[in-house]
Design a protein around this ligand. Sequence first.
Ligand SMILES: Cc1cc2nc3c(=O)[nH]c(=O)nc-3n(C[C@H](O)[C@H](O)[C@H](O)COP(=O)(O)OP(=O)(O)OC[C@H]3O[C@@H](n4cnc5c(N)ncnc54)[C@H](O)[C@@H]3O)c2cc1C
Length: 411
Amino acid sequence: MSPMKQFYDLVVIGAGPAGSAAAIHGVAAGHDVLLLESGELGRDKTCGDGLTPRAIHELAKLGLAHTLTSHYANHGLKLHGYGGSVTAPWPDSAYGRVGSAMPRTRFDELLARTAAERGATLMTSATAHSPVVTDGRLTEFTVEERQIRAKWVIVADGVRSTFGKALGRKWHQGEVYGIAARSYVDSPRSTEPWMHSHVELRDAAGTLQPGYGWVFPLGDGRLNLGCGALSTTARPAKLNTKKLLTHYTDTLREEWGLGQPQAVASALLPMGGAVSNVAGENWLIIGDAAAGVNPLNGEGIDYGLEMADLAVNLLGSGDDLRSAWPALLREQYGEAFLLARTAARLLTYPKFLPAVGPLALRGPVGAALMPAAARLMANLVTDEDRDLMARLWRTGGHAVSLARRGSPLWS
Ligand SMILES: Cc1cc2nc3c(=O)[nH]c(=O)nc-3n(C[C@H](O)[C@H](O)[C@H](O)COP(=O)(O)OP(=O)(O)OC[C@H]3O[C@@H](n4cnc5c(N)ncnc54)[C@H](O)[C@@H]3O)c2cc1C
């Protein structure tokens, strides 16, 4: 780590996937970059650690896809519940057909180290605070009692976004958000090349919970095992995710040869762009801080990586960030996220899943429908796709966008 200067072209706050990717893209664009991280390298982040082909596609742009997939690769999703199981291989798309998974202690360190190796100045145990904003411009802030100034600042400080909040960022929890817990569990099946999702999630009393459980093999003797639920302020998920996780683990112990859960932790997931005030004259917010999480599968790493790329490109464009950044986010993700948010909201109605689940996961209807549904859930439809499902998805996106015009969406 090099010593910190007082002025940089670009300061990135937070070395999670979004921030480190922004630093890597920033260096590649020729900027003098400072990457700040409150924690140490190798800090943990509560996560399922799963990476879809969309994330692998983005990691390829950073030159890191092979590092991930050579360690562990998966071919798609297996969905279970309501007496049935459906296998949904990753679809053939521009994103490729390979996913992966890596514990965040390793993954985030890999990205942050890559940023430093490519030329960013990386400071760990360094918390940015006390931003001074004059006429919408972030003129300076404090790190380790030193004042830092920058031409541009990218804020990638995660779900709590303390720095973002000080800049006026607001999270709208009336829209759907996630609560989830994860653990690491030893298993002889850790190299199995499928991600598993249990959409019929019951607590110890047998009551159906509005969420799903996951088993993501990590290829290193362990599984990331977790469960989560969708919530809104109107219909808050009333569940203890850690307790539910204990029960869920017990139900899978024999099938997966599970050891005891380690490092059990829970966290919130801001979703679907339900935040406002995401940019100022010379700063913008990305990743979880900008609610860049797909409401249908809880995937946020990929959107953080994508936003990092988009943000750095925008800095060089000369556009007014205050309007250009939210407009770009809406253009890129608006329709898909609003549609996903609307579909996810349905899942918070207690009667929805028991009615639809058996149809979706059993028999010929499920076998035909669920691979397509899994493709939509993972947002693996590109603008170039011309098949019926892609066209229906886009039409649904246009319709929901019109119907929910007033909803908070990076407004
Ligand atoms: C239980 C659970 C399971 C999940 N499963 C998956 C999954 O399987 N796949 C997936 O793609 N996504 C998953 N997600 C979502 C994913 O974890 C997040 O979307 C992702 O971590 C967002 O990355 P980020 O870089 O925006 O934020 P973070 O990873 O949270 O990084 C933010 C960083 O900023 C640092 N920071 C904060 N404030 C400051 C400051 N003031 N100064 C300096 N540094 C600061 C923090 O220390 C942190 O390192 C899951 C989330 C949860 C809660």
